[in-house]
Design a protein around this ligand. Sequence first.
Ligand code: C2E
Ligand code: CA
Ligand code: CA
Ligand code: CA
Length: 281
Amino acid sequence: TRSGRHSRLVVFNEEMRTKEILEQRLLNDLKYAIENKEFLVYFQPKYNVQVDPPVIGSAEALVRWKHHELGMIPPGDFISLFEKSSQIGILDRYVWAETARYIAQWKEKYGKVIPISVNLSRIDIFDPDLEKTIEGIVEETGIGRENLHLEVTESAYTEGEEQILEVIRCFRSKGYHIEMDDFGTGYSSLNMLSRMSIDVLKLDRSFIKDIKGEDDDSKDVQMVELILDIARSLKLVVVAEGVETKEQMEFLKKRGCDLIQGFYFSKPLPADEFEEKAIKD
Ligand code: C2E
Ligand code: CA
Ligand code: CA
Ligand code: CA
């Protein structure tokens, strides 16, 4: 019989190989998948909780991959892969264009527009064609710059911050809204906040997930209160991410958080379901 140690090693190597093969497969399939419309854009509503009853104020576009052989693949399984291989721009461009196309289509059909944010990877920001790409999409669809919000994750600001600040400043001066994603997870949070012009701060789910309720005196509650105070003094709109319970929602609402995104209100929805829920009256 094989020794435990030996078989563990074999399993480990096989797992590594399987993972490598799978990743290579996904990388190879990217272009085919774009051409064959395998990427689906889902929309997760952000609810304005400072009105009663809460209403959908905006949404976030989140990609999924309906692979012809492997089935539905979540973005966690391929985004970082495409980032590492510098191909993320191909996918992101597609997602931005699809999002703008939906906004335009709903505007045409219902005369109603809900601003939707799209995700920008760090690599996108350093792409010299970024401005041209996004401006092209907005002009072609005629949706208006104020309706395509740009989410930039806080950790994108770690290196080359001067250039990033410049890109953000440029988009903002044209009328785009900038949302700082995953706020609180990077190392530069406060430093960057003071230097950069943004419109929206997205409080990361890690602050929210363990909050039990209003009289919770945990560090998380104190951190959230502190961040909401800072955001208020900087006149930023705050979105709380990953809100799953009524208690979390009530707590955030009471403390003046503007928008809430999370399973408590809605999961990310396919376009037709989002249309039904958010656009149609
Ligand atoms: P993110 O930008 O922080 O997006 C929020 C993630 O939290 C989404 O995961 C969403 O489904 C999930 N979420 C929302 N509410 C809840 C909740 O109440 N509880 C929990 N547990 N999770 C919640 P998703 O869709 O799997 O996306 C994961 C990440 O992949 C995103 O994190 C984003 O960084 C990236 N991503 C997604 N779509 C795109 C895209 O088109 N381009 C790029 N560059 N990145 C994308
Ligand atoms: Ca995001
Ligand atoms: Ca986020
Ligand atoms: Ca925690």
